[in-house]
Design a protein around this ligand. Structure first.
Ligand SMILES: [Zn+2]
Length: 583
């Protein structure tokens, strides 16, 4: 017995001293390094049975991604946790390590929950907390006091890009970075009801410490949408006001003042929050204000995570019910909105706490510059343009077929938990194939890509040969919204837009004009309609009439010699169900 008491005393002393050693110095305007952060979580894992630190996949830096899970009944199996009807919150930190507020806040929150400070453990009885300590590990290792030129602390922090200079918060469709793939796998393994991504803002000046990008409610299905919009969001805003950190939606203005109002944020799946909302997971991006002292930014991030935990814990049954129903509704959706249009007239009104904007002559450039006068704070109503209407809806097909050679796309679908079957035998199917007719590229590389936009296409009925092993996808599954966003050409975040199918844009076979001329004459002789089109073009297009090659090329492109796969989008939509033999 004495031995046990001595051991317990020793253990408690040791535990207390290790907790104290965790280098949380946000009150001194400092943020921990990568190794200090992981070491902190290792301490927690070693001291508390209720915490477990996992490694989950790799990052481009070669370091594994870590995940700390806090589960009061010491059950760390996500399947078993779901069976117990618990909710899960996933907090992701350090996407942009120059914005490390959440790195500190999450360590503090984990310590406080595990130490049961203020009886916090009552909120994790029905809710499991998952924390990614640092997501962009390469960026966090690349530290400097200078990267965030306008930011007020901490003294030193990491860099925005990862080791390959990707912005990880634009990477959730293309998944160029290993970190992204690892986080996608974590997300699907734990299937959180709520996802929080912690950041710090740039842009305008105003009085708030905390601003919030919240999933646009239009992106959620069924009763989850109204539960979130009418109950959860107002509650979180009220709770943050109560603890001294009133919030405002993300102040989405650049190079101008917020006085005239600002636009809501419709997040698409390239963003972490947009990706998670396609699976009906409510997402929040906390954006603390860059000019506020670091300790306040950390505390407001902490308070937001805690407010979310309290709300989820108090409403766990209702949230789970709505999430389940939303997933069922998604599966049965027959249409999907791919493009939204912001209402520029109808709007919400926010009471906004800003600073008066004034202008003066710049001593540097001699030009007029604007500045915020912090001696003149104001509170006044401003318009908030957060009403979006469906601009373009697409019918959900009965199935898609993707030929197996598009391995990279298939891999990304797999890690996003998309169920696929494979053709059991070679077959030829009649299909309305889509042909890319036009698109624009970004002038400069964007996140490592010459991203395609304004994609135009035509549809052409043809027979296409498919092979045993090609992928057959019934889109009526939990990932329906993700499939529509990534496979449909009208989606701004389609795999096509992100260059996954670029080889199809290249013509591989050509003709020699001096040989093809005779063939062309024969082709026109046999095809009156083509001849008519050809003559019409010649008469109405001077450049065409002057170019022998353009004329031969026109005939070649309308002949059987022209390769049918050129510009043919290799994701095939089938509108009606088919009896295909699949494995
Ligand atoms: Zn950020």
């Amino acid at each position: 017995m004495i031995q046990k008491i001595v051991f317990t005393l020793f253990f408690l002393t040791w535990a207390a001293s290790t907790i104290a050693q965790i280098p949380l110095r946000y009150e001194q305007n400092e943020s921990p390094t990568y190794s200090q952060t992981i070491e902190a979580y290792r301490y927690l894992d070693s001291i508390y049975a209720k915490a477990k630190l996992f490694t989950c996949g790799l990052s481009d830096s070669g370091h594994p991604l870590h995940l700390l899970v806090i589960s009061v009944d010491e059950d760390f199996d996500p399947v078993s946790i779901k069976k117990k009807n618990k909710c899960t919150i996933l907090i992701n930190n350090g996407t942009h390590p120059g914005e490390p507020d959440g790195i500190d806040a999450s360590i503090q929150l984990a310590i406080d929950i595990l130490e049961n400070k203020n009886k916090l453990q009552k909120y994790v009885q029905n809710t499991v907390i998952c924390i990614v300590p640092v997501y962009n590990i390469g960026g966090q290792l690349n530290r400097s006091p200078y990267f965030r030129s306008n930011q007020n602390g901490p003294k030193e922090y990491g860099f925005r890009g990862n080791d390959k200079n990707y912005n990880l918060n634009r990477d959730f469709v293309k998944a160029d970075a290993l970190e992204t793939r690892s986080l996608i796998e974590i997300f699907h393994r734990w299937q959180p009801e709520v996802f929080i991504d912690t950041h710090t803002s740039n842009g305008a000046d105003y009085q708030y410490v905390m601003t919030l990008i919240a999933t646009h409610h239009n992106l959620l299905d069924g009763g989850l949408k109204t539960f979130y919009k009418d109950k959860m969001l107002p509650h979180l805003y009220a709770d943050m006001e109560k603890v001294g950190y009133p919030m405002i939606p993300y102040v989405n203005v650049w190079g101008t003042s917020p006085d005239n109002g600002f636009e809501g944020f419709m997040d698409t799946p390239r963003f972490a929050s947009g990706y998670t909302s396609t699976f009906n997971t409510i997402a929040f991006v906390t954006e603390t204000h860059m000019f506020k002292p670091y300790n306040q930014r950390v505390k407001s991030t902490y308070e937001f995570c805690l407010a979310t935990l309290k709300f989820v814990s108090d409403n766990a049954t209702e949230l789970r019910k709505h999430k389940k129903e939303a997933d069922e509704k998604t599966i049965n959706n027959s249409e999907f909105v791919l493009q939204w249009r912001m209402d520029t007239v109808e709007h919400e009104t926010l009471m906004f706490k800003g600073y008066e904007v004034k202008t003066k002559k710049s001593e540097l450039t001699g030009q007029t510059r604007y500045y915020y006068d912090r001696n003149l704070p104001y509170e006044k109503p401003i318009p908030y343009y957060n009403i979006f209407h469906a601009q373009l809806s697409v019918k959900v097909p009965a199935l898609y077929i993707i030929p197996q050679q598009w391995r990279e796309v298939v891999h990304l679908l797999k890690i996003s938990n998309i169920e696929m079957k494979r053709l059991a035998a070679d077959t030829v199917l009649n299909v309305d194939a889509q042909y890319i007719s036009d698109f624009e590229n970004t002038d400069e590389t964007y996140e490592g890509h010459y991203y395609h936009q304004n994609v135009q296409y035509t549809t052409q009925n043809c027979d296409v040969r498919f092979y045993k092993g090609d992928y057959v996808i019934n889109p009526h599954q939990k990932g329906l919204k993700y499939l529509m966003q990534t496979l449909e050409l009208d989606g701004g975040d389609s795999f096509f837009a992100w260059n996954f199918f670029d080889p199809i844009l290249e013509q591989k076979e050509y003709f020699s004009p001096y040989v093809f001329e005779e063939v062309a004459i024969e082709l026109l002789a046999k095809d009156a309609k083509l001849k008519q089109e050809f003559e019409h073009r010649k008469q109405n297009d001077a450049a065409f009439a002057k170019s022998a090659y353009a004329q031969l090329s026109f005939i070649y492109h309308h002949s059987v010699y022209y390769e049918p796969t050129h510009n043919r989008y290799p994701v095939f939509r089938f509108e009606a169900p088919m009896n295909l033999r699949v494995d």
